[in-house]
Design a protein around this ligand. Structure first.
Ligand code: GLU
Length: 307
């Protein structure tokens, strides 16, 4: 249960993998963290397949991820949602922003932007070149969201407060790409609201996306979930474990070992004896879960055995 405006609402969490390859230790950590937090609160845990960007999708990966989650003993509530089936909802949100004068067409290429933009922590800061309609003469265009020079403060339950001034630090950002795909930032906000998610637990690689999402929630008048960003599993060079770089998938034949490693990674205690089966593992882990024990670190290096 969580409390907002004095009303007690049932906890609704989610796991939202992108089908860009099989689950590796890093994505298992995100699945375990979001699952345990939801179940510890007797909440619902929903699955969303973020298959929006079909250029990055690996054929068969979505089914493989679901199979792995099942092999590891996760149980989810309701049917799996697929972003590839939600284009109309994203388009409606986009239209409403355009109607309100909050989004505009941009015809700049990456190369053009790189030549004029200052570099920010999150990439080039778009200087607003197309704000006044210049893109009309170009065939291909993206849609950008108008940002303001105003600080957005988001509270994160693990990492503390995050402050970001979108106008200054990001510039107007893309909400529909020039190839026609809606951007992750827009889709995730529309879907979190549609699925009634009130608690987002995910990897800290998305920490700086949160102010963008909170800003979009304000503009679209959508409720704002609570956020908790888990430390990201990185290799000894500080590189995120990633499906794209083909880091080793988790081993479905030894689920309890990987799950115990994920628990330890998240600063949780380990059971005195190795659980005999998955249901014993989950019952123990759910009961002993505490968000407060998670290290407030953006990333933690894992040994090659975990990768
Ligand atoms: N689809 C994203 C990923 O696999 C996660 C998005 C989110 O949790 O908001 O990294």
């Amino acid at each position: 249960m969580s409390e907002s405006n004095g009303m007690v609402t049932a906890y609704r969490g989610r796991f939202a993998p992108s089908p860009t390859g099989p689950l590796h230790f890093g994505s298992l950590v995100a699945a375990v963290g979001s699952y345990l937090d939801a179940r510890n609160h007797r909440g619902a845990w929903l699955l969303r397949m973020e298959d929006l960007d079909r250029t990055r999708e690996i054929k068969g990966a979505a089914d493989q991820i679901l199979q792995t989650l099942d092999d590891f003993g996760f149980t989810w509530d309701g049917p799996v949602m697929y972003q590839s089936q939600r284009t109309e909802a994203y388009e409606a949100a986009l239209e409403s922003l355009i109607q309100k004068g909050l989004a505009y067409r941009c015809g700049c290429s990456r190369k053009e932007i790189a030549q004029i933009a200052q570099m920010g922590e999150e990439g080039p800061i778009y200087p607003g070149t197309c704000r006044n309609g210049q893109a009309k003469t170009r065939d291909s265009h993206s849609i950008r969201l108008l940002t303001q020079h105003k600080e957005i403060i988001c509270t994160d339950q693990v990492q503390g407060n995050i402050c970001l001034n979108p106008g200054k630090e990001l510039g107007d950002f893309i909400i529909r790409r020039s190839d026609g795909f809606h951007a992750y930032q827009l889709a995730v906000v529309v879907d979190d609201a549609w699925q009634g998610i009130n608690q987002v637990v995910r990897g800290a690689d998305l920490l700086m996306s949160t102010p963008r999402q909170c800003y979009l929630q304000q503009l679209l008048r959508l409720p704002k979930p609570h956020y908790a960003h888990l430390p990201l599993a990185v290799d000894s060079q500080g590189r995120k474990l990633s499906k794209q770089y083909q880091d080793a998938p988790v081993d479905s034949r030894q689920p309890i070992e990987s799950l115990l490693q994920a628990l330890a990674f998240l600063g949780q205690p380990s059971p005195a004896e190795k659980p005999v089966n998955l249901s014993e593992f989950w019952a123990w882990a759910i009961e002993h879960w505490s968000l407060r024990k998670i290290p407030a670190q953006r990333q933690i290096a894992v040994s090659p055995a975990n990768q």
